[in-house]
Design a protein around this ligand. Structure first.
Ligand code: SF4
Length: 376
């Protein structure tokens, strides 16, 4: 609160909340967060949770948030699909997005009457910044009539130019729902190649990639398997197809979590952002989580400190121009309205191992080269 009390009448109130959080939350993260670190985090967690109640606010926390955010203050946690759905359903007046900017935009598009806050405006994404609405208009003019399937990791402008959105959980389902023999799936070239291996629909893509997942190599995975032959390798489909070929399971972050918590493998490698393993360690106590993992510098811009600041001052409010939001909402809603829309539990590993489609990759350069040919 602006008066600095954060809703606590007395210091004793604050101490009581801290004791309760230490009893209920700390056991979930104690294997990852030392007691000393917890003692620094817990007053902030207590203040954030009080302010949320006072302001009728919720925090959407992506699976890549650090454990003290994910378990300490997240009201709705999950992958992009889960967060997108819940953003539409919540009754809260304020939504704080503990994630990156495109996620906050999606929440605002689905909940235009609510205040949507992002704790750090610089929390971007290499996929979202790889393509603009103008690029999508150029693609549509070069490939008229071919549906554009857009990953949710994009700006509102890009979604507004698209036929339908998808996440890594439902991408195959979305592509096959259109009843066409060819789609253009933007902007992640690796997700598109991995999806192309799962379906008979022809897929073209855009030259974008996730700076976290593109760093993994098949050699990393083979090295892990040589050192730990009994380790199960679970990969995210934003990784290059060669990585999926070397993995035992592939799926969205939500599917990865379900797989590990249900199977409880003795040793597991989560080929994705590092915080995932930290966040599910307590739910899979029998599993030893082995590296490699990579950190997302954008997700890591979100901290308890800037979440508290966002709630106190109600900044930074995310706005989307109404005409853009209206068009983007149609593309998102088409995805949310898909009949099954459960997201497949995981990718078909037989197909991932066998099929390596060499799909066309569209870029600004290829569009510029094609332009004179089309008009000349
Ligand atoms: S992990 Fe990759 S896709 Fe996700 S926000 Fe970071 S850069 Fe973007």
């Amino acid at each position: 609160m602006a008066d600095g009390t954060h809703g606590f009448n007395t210091d004793t109130d604050l101490q009581a909340d801290i004791a309760e959080l230490t009893r209920t939350v700390y056991p979930k993260i104690e294997s990852k967060v030392s007691l000393l670190e917890w003692q620094l985090h817990v007053p902030l967690i207590a203040k954030i949770n009080r302010l949320k109640r006072q302001k009728n606010a919720v925090i959407l926390a992506h699976n890549y948030m650090t454990p003290e955010i994910f378990h300490g203050v997240g009201d709705i946690v999950g992958d992009s699909l889960a967060l997108a759905r819940e953003a539409a359903n919540t009754d809260a007046q304020i939504i704080v997005q503990a994630g990156v900017h495109f996620m906050a935009e999606t929440a605002k598009i689905l909940s235009p009457d609510k205040t949507v806050l992002i704790p750090d405006l610089e929390a971007g994404c290499s996929l979202a910044s790889s393509i603009t609405g103008a690029d999508v208009r150029a693609i549509k003019s070069a490939y008229p009539g071919v549906p554009i399937v857009t990953y949710v990791n994009t700006s509102a402008d890009v979604k507004a130019e698209s036929d339908i959105c998808c996440t890594s959980a439902n991408a195959v389902e979305v592509v096959e729902s259109l009843g066409v023999d060819q789609v253009i799936m933007i902007p992640d070239q690796y997700l598109a190649r991995n999806v192309a291996a799962q379906t008979d629909v022809k897929v073209m893509t855009w030259a974008g990639s996730c700076e976290v997942h593109e760093q993994f190599t098949a050699q990393d995975i083979r090295g892990m398997k040589a050192s730990f032959p009994d380790a199960v390798v679970v990969a995210h489909p934003e990784c290059p197809p060669e990585v999926l070929k070397a993995a035992d399971f592939a799926g969205s972050t939500g599917a990865m979590i379900d797989y590990v918590t249900q199977e409880q493998p003795a040793k597991v490698v989560l080929v994705t952002e590092c915080s995932m393993a930290d966040n599910i360690a307590h739910a899979s106590p029998a599993s030893e989580f082995l590296r490699p993992c990579n950190l997302c510098p954008h997700m890591k811009r979100i901290s308890l400190e800037n979440i508290l600041r966002a709630l106190e001052s109600e900044t930074h409010a995310v706005e989307v121009a109404p005409e853009v939001a209206e068009k983007a909402r149609v593309a998102i809603q088409r995805m949310l309205d898909l009949k099954k829309n459960t997201g497949k539990p995981g990718y078909n590993m037989e197909r991932a191992h066998m099929i390596d489609p060499d799909i066309p990759v569209i870029s600004r350069q290829s569009l510029a080269n094609a332009e004179p040919r089309r008009h000349g």
